[in-house]
Design a protein around this ligand. Structure first.
Ligand SMILES: Cc1cc2nc3c(=O)[nH]c(=O)nc-3n(C[C@H](O)[C@H](O)[C@H](O)COP(=O)(O)OP(=O)(O)OC[C@H]3O[C@@H](n4cnc5c(N)ncnc54)[C@H](O)[C@@H]3O)c2cc1C
Length: 494
């Protein structure tokens, strides 16, 4: 069946495609009972959460650009930063208090694309330093370092919540390429097509060239490709390189920033153990405290008990030359192939059922049979009649053909019960924020989410101003109607 990017995309459609309800319907269609049972559980949780605000229309923000000069006093040093920023309005009613102590140092839990993007915009737009804390002590050890890096301008346009965020973020990725270097982060524009395939794809008349396909014209291609987007609306970035480069820039712009190894287990405020000089503090597993003027939880699927993760495996293989067309195969398991500018191709598909994540970040088990399934599916979808191999993707599993060995990995896509990220202040907690649940679009949405969170956090200390690029109201963490249980312990006891 031919699918439309806004209607039937298994991974890349609007938020409706990622609700437990939709996933359950798809599971029924595939008659996968194990998947149905686990998703039904999530559906019940989601229903109990009584989400109300998803489908309110999103105001399209009309940004007003203002030149602001901010004086930033950090613990050892005063820096003056002049930035051209778009004024922001605090959408959750937390900001703008004139007599609030200023925000100069923020503790961010989670070194994925969301945490690093927030640190980047805190430093760039406000000169605010970040203590970034992650259990691995590294940047982007989980999904943010293992994702495809596919970016689309308009594939979320039918979502009032995500459409404006995606458009803003697509523009910010272009700015990031200018700031950090397109080569450094492997940013480029490219094309994307859908190619229908089937076991007996040879229905196509022999010798007939398929229109619009650069490399995926295998024997099993059943008809002409649908072009899903061209260089005006499709781009790509290497997610790990992006996160690394953003963090390097943070260290230049706000040198008080640092990366700490540790797992945040609880927030502390003035009524707790935060200490007289700190607005908040993060308590780590070893009992130590990291103090700051604000605390952000951006721990992906590990952020709160109302979140789940969908495990995906992926395989990065060499290509025989640089290719310029990402391919969503339709049929034969719907594998997805994102070709990259470094003569590699990122292949993924076949998600596990969504779960509450028990595995430790950065230590996600790679199951060989899951990798083989992706490899065989891509091989079947794109091979020529002899079935041996594609002409462009080096899919062999021995890695001994003289080229780079395939990279095999697994990670979790983070989701909330309604498929919309949570972004804003934690209800009932001052200076404590959450930003997580960006599903299959976290790399795309990271910069605009980080920008919005940076402005929200700065506004709480009387910085920033009143008009956002993106209204965070529809992302309110309070919409689930019950207190958030943050950073639960790793492991099956969750
Ligand atoms: C296979 C796959 C392909 C994808 N491809 C794309 C794509 O092409 N384009 C796109 O836009 N998106 C893509 N995504 C989605 C994207 O990768 C995610 O949405 C995004 O990486 C989520 O970022 P994050 O920072 O929220 O979470 P993560 O990257 O999961 O980071 C969370 C961090 O929090 C840390 N942490 C956990 N618990 C704690 C704690 N208690 N204290 C401190 N730190 C903690 C973890 O160690 C981790 O580093 C893909 C996802 C998958 C799974």
């Amino acid at each position: 069946m031919r699918w439309d990017k806004n209607i039937l995309s298994p991974r890349w459609g609007n938020e409706d495609n990622h609700t437990p309800e939709r996933t359950m319907i798809r599971a029924f269609q595939k008659t996968d009972l194990r998947r149905v049972a686990s998703v039904a559980l999530l559906f019940l949780l989601a229903t109990a959460d009584a989400f109300r605000t998803t489908h309110l229309p999103a105001p399209r923000a009309s940004p007003t650009t203002a030149k602001t000069t901010t004086k930033t006093k950090t613990k050892t040093k005063t820096t003056t930063t002049t930035t051209t920023t778009t004024a922001m309005r605090s959408s959750t009613g937390t900001g703008g208090a004139g007599d609030e102590p200023p925000v100069t140092h923020v503790v961010v839990a989670g070194a994925g694309v969301i945490g690093v993007s927030t640190a980047y915009y805190l430093a760039k737009n406000f000169g605010v330093a970040t203590t970034l804390v992650d259990p691995t002590g590294t940047i982007a050890p989980a999904a943010s370092g293992k994702a495809g890096g596919f970016l689309a301008l308009d594939w979320n346009d039918n979502s009032p919540a995500l459409g404006p965020l995606a458009r803003r973020s697509f523009a910010l990725h272009e700015e990031l390429a200018d700031d950090l270097g397109a080569d450094t982060i492997s940013y480029r524009r490219l094309e994307c097509v859908s190619v229908p395939v089937g076991e007996n794809g040879g229905r196509r008349p022999a010798g007939r060239k398929l229109e619009g396909i650069e490399w995926a014209e295998g024997a099993n291609a059943m008809g002409d490709a649908s072009v899903l987007g061209g260089t005006r609306t499709i781009a790509q970035v290497h997610p790990k390189k992006l996160c690394d480069a953003m963090w390097e820039r943070v260290l230049e712009l706000a040198p008080e920033s640092k990366l700490v190894r540790g797992r945040v287990v609880a927030p502390e405020d003035k009524d707790g153990d935060a200490g007289a000089d700190a607005a908040v503090a993060a308590r780590l597993e070893d009992g130590s405290l990291l103090e700051g003027d604000a605390l952000l939880y951006s721990c992906g699927p590990w952020t709160a008990t109302n979140m789940y993760g969908t495990k995906y495996h992926s395989l990065v293989v060499p290509t025989t030359r640089v290719l310029h067309q990402c391919v969503f195969f339709s049929g034969l398991g719907d594998p997805e192939v994102y070709v990259r500018g470094d003569s590699t191709a990122y292949c993924t598909g076949f998600p596990d059922p969504p779960v509450r994540v028990a595995e430790h970040p950065g230590e996600e088990e790679v199951r060989p049979e899951a990798i083989d399934r992706i490899r065989e599916s891509v091989r079947a979808a794109s091979s020529f009649a002899d079935g041996a191999s594609t002409s462009y993707l080096v899919l062999g599993d021995d890695g001994d053909d003289g080229r780079q060995a395939p990279l095999e990995q697994a990670c979790y896509l983070p989701g909330t019960a309604d498929g919309i990220p949570m972004m804003g202040r934690v209800p009932g907690k001052e200076r404590t924020y959450v930003c997580a649940g960006h599903t299959c679009w976290g790399i795309l949405l990271g910069p605009a989410s980080g920008e919005a969170m940076a402005h929200e956090i700065a506004a709480a200390g009387g910085r920033g101003s009143s008009q956002p690029f993106v209204d965070l109201g529809m992302f309110s963490p309070g919409r689930f109607g019950r207190p958030l249980e943050l950073v639960p312990a790793f492991g099956p006891e969750r």
